[in-house]
Ligand binder design. Structure first.
Ligand code: NAP
Length: 294
């Protein structure tokens, strides 16, 4: 049996560590860390994600503010809202839940967020800092994966790491982090995307396979080298009448058959997902303590 990389338990450990630190800050008379989340519209998945983030803030003792805006909010009004939060000294971290309605430019909104409060790590300033290996807010999902590799003491130096997907929020930063000079890192990285040829063959040469393609159960056992470490970022709801909710979650990896070949693997749910939230909380704590930008 492979090692099941338990993101749920690891995230819980990280949240406990953060809660201890928050209690120390408060005991010393310091300010309670404060995360603001902006949610535009009423997309079900986005509401679930933001709700989970707000709940996690409560768990660790953070203050949180949820700003809800109608889906027809103008780009200007949203930019003004971001600016208000930028200028609010009580708020340490600001996230704008994606996706945004089509009439709003994600790039403009992202660029409006002050880098010092960009705890999602999406602004050009933080992406640049991360790339230079400077202190930075690293995007929460890649940061959560890095933390999982670290806490499970997965060897990365000299390994071949294949990343499937090059999105700005997962695949691209992941490839940079795995290639950097440090731990986890020092891997030889292949970043793949929809134009990549011979993907199954490339995947079979991976010691570490990180899958963020957004296609349910895309990676099958024949694409995996025996003994590989497999990190599944994908999340998909599929209908399942046997569940009370009417659906269940699956990843980008066909878990059962890949688990038989892998040395270690993240499940879905309970793998990367909970770590993303823990990483966001950690970034917010770092901001409250002025650890990244000083
Ligand atoms: P995305 O923006 O849709 O990017 C998907 C990437 O996969 C793109 O780079 C695309 O290539 C590539 N791709 C598509 N088809 C391919 C193919 N046949 N072969 C190779 N590459 C292919 O997705 P994302 O935002 O990175 O998210 C990926 C998955 O992770 C989704 O299921 C999402 O729900 C999930 N997710 C989970 C978390 C979490 O907390 N667990 C966080 C974020 C995302 P091109 O660039 O060429 O189009």
């Amino acid at each position: 049996m492979p090692t099941i990389i338990d993101g749920k338990q690891t995230a819980q450990e990280i949240k406990s560590e953060i809660a201890v630190r928050v209690a120390e800050i408060r005991a010393g008379g310091g300010k309670t860390p404060h995360l603001a989340a902006v949610l535009v519209g009423s997309d079900g998945a986005s509401q679930t994600y933001v709700g989970a983030k707000v709940k996690a803030c409560e768990e660790v003792g953070f203050k949180s503010t949820l700003v809800r805006l109608e889906s027809d909010v103008t780009e200007e009004d949203l930019l003004n809202m971001v600016e208000d939060i930028n200028n609010n000294p009580d708020i340490d971290g600001l996230i704008v839940q994606l996706p945004l309605p089509k009439h709003i430019s994600v790039d403009k909104v992202t660029n409006k967020i002050r880098p010092e409060k960009d705890v999602d790590g999406f602004t050009p300033a933080n992406v640049g800092r991360m790339t230079l290996n400077w202190p930075a807010y690293v995007a929460a999902t890649p940061y959560g994966i890095v933390e999982l590799l670290k806490r499970y003491e997965i060897e990365t130096a000299g390994k071949h790491c294949v990343v499937i997907g090059r999105s700005h929020i997962v695949g691209s930063p992941m490839s940079i982090l795995m290639a950097r000079n440090g731990y986890p890192g020092n891997a030889t990285v292949t970043l793949t995307h929809s134009k990549t040829q011979n993907l199954p063959e490339i995947c079979r040469s991976a010691d570490i396979l990180i899958v963020a393609i957004g296609k349910p159960e895309f990676v099958t056992a024949d694409m995996v080298k025996p003994g590989a470490v497999v990190i599944d970022v994908g999340i998909h709801r599929i209908q399942d009448a046997s569940k009370k909710s009417g659906f269940r979650l699956i990843g980008d990896v066909k878990f059962d058959e890949v688990a038989e070949k892998a040395a270690a693997i993240t499940p879905v749910p309970g793998g990367v997902g909970p770590m993303t939230i823990a990483a966001l909380l950690y970034n917010t704590l770092q901001s409250a303590e002025k650890k990244v930008f000083g």
